[in-house]
Ligand binder design. Structure first.
Ligand SMILES: Cc1ncc(C[n+]2csc(CCOP(=O)(O)OP(=O)(O)O)c2C)c(N)n1
Length: 683
């Protein structure tokens, strides 16, 4: 660390440094500190994106020094404004801001190690790497859609807890690429509809993307587009601090979400590369960096920030401390019940009452043995869950009546009315999944929502990010196989379970009956550090767990549902709707005095996490294994081994009543029993 930057000036020494950022020239010099750090860090790493931070430095400086409500000494302050750098490739902008304003998590040394192993300054901002990084960005459009979820969560929490505890904004820096991505349409039209007026997007309108001018591929009038979606818009010179401040001032009291198109020059200051795509994503090179130093009037060596500028930045960082303390006093003075429920919501804990309530539901289901679709069982479970857990917030991408995610007393969230618990996301699966990530990131709420499992493909990029970020986001995905019937192959998921199981840190739960469904909900809600996809049937399924037990068997991922009578020779492994087929196949073999057992496997991930002994006892290597799942065989080899059999789908489905489909595709108890017998004969 250099001398100049290592010394954090004591607050007393920060003589009205704010003078500096209030003057146009001072703001430019402060912005140049961002520019210098960005180009030097990219230069040191020999990789990265200098253009965007250099272009948006003036905008970011105005935002962070004069508008954003934050306190680096308490980065998790619940009522802070959220800042999302949606154009995550410009990550050095964020790292520079976090360092300059005084967050502990990013040091100058970290910046010097930009993009290196172990540095929090990763290529793209990664949630959890350092305080102040509100979300993981990089896949364009995701951050913007996360921000919609954050802004919605803010309004919902505000409706619950009032202005004194929840009253903040969500700011976004988004690029041309963010706006070109389809997800921006989904998320931003929802934000416009819901009148999320505390969402303010600073659009880096530099007209450049990787291939060159954006005019190569796009001629949209972004302002007209956003106005049509119900946003307020304005246009400013993104290098004029006063104009930026005036636009932000106007945005602060908008009744609609706001898009401010900031006309900027990518790579501002770089003599040859500024304004060209050459500034976008590679180190500028020694000569260009030296030229930029001259053009910007920045005579300092790499990574050196002159003390008066650092002091001014730290003063900007210290601005929020007073508000934060006042907020803390307000929280302390709130009625104990309000404070309690606010803190409980933020703690993300599940109330102790939930366990017994779900056990009671399981007991009822085991006793009544309904024939019930697991989507219906999920609805029943949600009635219990939502009564115990005020923090859940449901929704559906226009399939509410199919997903059954709306419980009886869920009021709907509507424009200007945020005291509800259910979000009609519209036909916007991708926007929904990303907004759910934003809701989870905001804190205080547990988002769950629904679509058909086949449309998990439309949600996948956001689900993947939830998994990377380790956030509890629960996707209720119904119509989980050919069992949905007549809608045919476009709607019948085949490869989706395998594809979702391939995402690290994602739980895929496919319960076999109503009891397992209750168990799976409990698992998903207790998983504080990973998202869940719940794959649920459209068709009715028999209750197989008829002997009540308090224990959550599904939590082990797989368990023996039916033991064999006599010596076990065959193990059927199945998930979801195919477990009842496995039970029937077992009965066929048992009638022939062949000992067969059934393992229900609601989650391969949870099963893989069990100890060797449990897995060996469950799978039994001395038995022939037959897996039954109405989906792709991909991945089942590891459980059935080379001599096992798979009964399932080997291509796309078809349009017909579901019972005929199961017969037509050979997913029957008879076929499974025959597969087992054929394997036994070979032995
Ligand atoms: C979904 C997605 N597609 C592609 C990319 C690769 N990529 C990174 S930046 C970029 C476009 C750059 O243009 P713009 O968004 O205008 O950023 P700027 O050049 O202004 O920095 C692309 C295609 C990505 N990060 N995410």
């Amino acid at each position: 660390m250099t001398q100049a930057a290592s010394a954090t000036p004591p607050t007393s020494a920060v003589n009205p440094a704010s003078e500096l950022f209030l003057s146009k020239d001072g703001a430019r010099r402060m912005a140049n500190a961002i520019r210098a750090l960005a180009m030097d860090a990219v230069e040191a790493a020999k990789s990265g994106h200098p253009g965007m931070p250099m272009g948006m430095a003036d905008v970011a400086t105005v935002l962070f020094t004069r508008f954003l409500k934050f306190d680096p000494s308490d980065p998790a302050w619940p009522d802070r404004d959220r800042f999302v750098l949606s154009a995550g490739h410009g990550s050095m902008l964020l790292y520079a801001l976090l360092f300059l304003t005084g967050y502990d998590g990013i040091t100058l040394n970290d910046i010097k190690r930009f993009r290196q192993w172990g540095s929090p300054c990763a290529g793209h901002p990664e949630y959890g790497h350092a305080p102040g990084i509100e979300t993981t960005t990089g896949p364009l459009g995701q951050g913007l859609a996360n921000a919609v979820g954050m802004a919605l969560a803010e309004r919902v929490m505000n409706a619950r807890f009032g202005d004194s505890l929840v009253d903040h904004k969500t700011f976004v820096i988004a690029s041309d690429g963010d706006l070109m991505e389809g997800i921006s349409h989904e998320a931003c039209s929802l934000a416009g509809h819901l009148k999320l007026n505390r969402l303010i997007v600073l659009y880096d309108d530099n007209g450049i993307s990787i291939d060159g001018s954006t005019a190569l591929a796009d001629s949209t009038d972004a302002l007209m587009r956003f106005e049509a979606m119900g946003w307020a818009t304005s246009r400013v010179d993104g290098h004029d601090a006063n104009a930026i401040a005036a636009a932000l001032d106007a945005a602060m009291n908008s009744e609609r979400p706001v898009l401010i198109a900031c006309k900027t020059v990518i790579g501002f200051g770089a003599p040859k590369r500024a304004g060209t795509s050459k500034a976008h994503g590679e180190a500028l090179g020694a000569e260009e960096v030296a030229g930029a130093r001259v053009a910007l009037g920045w005579p300092y060596p790499p990574f050196e920030i002159p003390p008066e500028l650092l002091a001014a930045w730290r003063a900007a960082g210290a601005r929020g401390s007073h508000d934060r303390k006042a907020w803390e006093a307000q929280l302390a003075a709130s009625p104990p019940t309000t404070r309690d429920s606010f803190e409980t919501a933020l703690s993300a804990e599940i109330p102790p009452s939930l366990g017994p309530a779900l056990v009671a539901l399981k007991a009822k289901l085991s006793a009544e043995k309904p024939s019930m679709a697991t989507r219906k069982a999920s609805e029943m479970t949600l009635e219990v869950v939502n009564a115990e857990l005020p923090t859940t917030i449901g929704g559906s991408a226009d399939l509410t009546g199919s997903n059954l995610t709306k419980t009886k007393n869920d009021p709907v969230i509507a424009p200007g009315h945020y005291a509800g618990r259910f979000i009609h996301y519209g036909v916007r699966e991708h926007g929904m999944a990303a907004a759910m990530n934003g809701i989870a990131l905001h804190g205080g709420l547990i988002p769950y929502s629904g679509t058909f499992l086949v449309f998990s493909d439309y949600c996948r990029p956001a689900i993947r990010l939830a998994a990377i970020m380790k956030k509890r986001v629960i996707h209720v995905m119904t119509h989980d196989s050919i069992g949905l019937g007549e809608d045919g192959p476009t709607h019948q998921p085949i490869e989706h379970l395998a594809a979702l199981r391939a995402i690290p840190n994602l739980l895929v739960l496919r319960p076999a009956d109503a009891v397992e469904t209750a168990e799976c909900w409990e698992i998903a809600l207790r998983e504080k550090r990973r998202p869940t996809v719940m794959a649920l049937s459209r068709q009715n399924l028999a209750t197989l767990r008829v002997d009540h037990s308090e224990a959550n068997f599904s939590a082990r991922g797989a368990y023996v549902l039916r033991e064999s009578d006599g010596r076990a020779q065959v193990t059927f492994l199945a998930t979801g709707s195919e477990v009842e087929i496995a039970v029937a196949a077992r009965d066929i073999l048992q009638r022939q005095n062949i000992g067969a057992r059934v393992v229900s496997m609601p989650s391969t991930e949870l099963f893989d996490e069990q100890d060797d002994d449990y897995r060996a006892r469950t799978l039994r290597s001395d038995t022939v294994k037959v897996a039954i799942e109405a989906a792709s065989p991909f991945g089942w080899e590891r459980y059935i081994g080379p001599s096992g059999a798979f009964v399932g789908m080997h291509g796309f489905g078809a349009s017909a009543p579901y019972k005929e489909l199961y017969k037509g595709f050979g997913i029957t108890a008879e076929a499974a029993a025959e597969a087992a017998l054929a394997r036994l004969k070979k032995e």
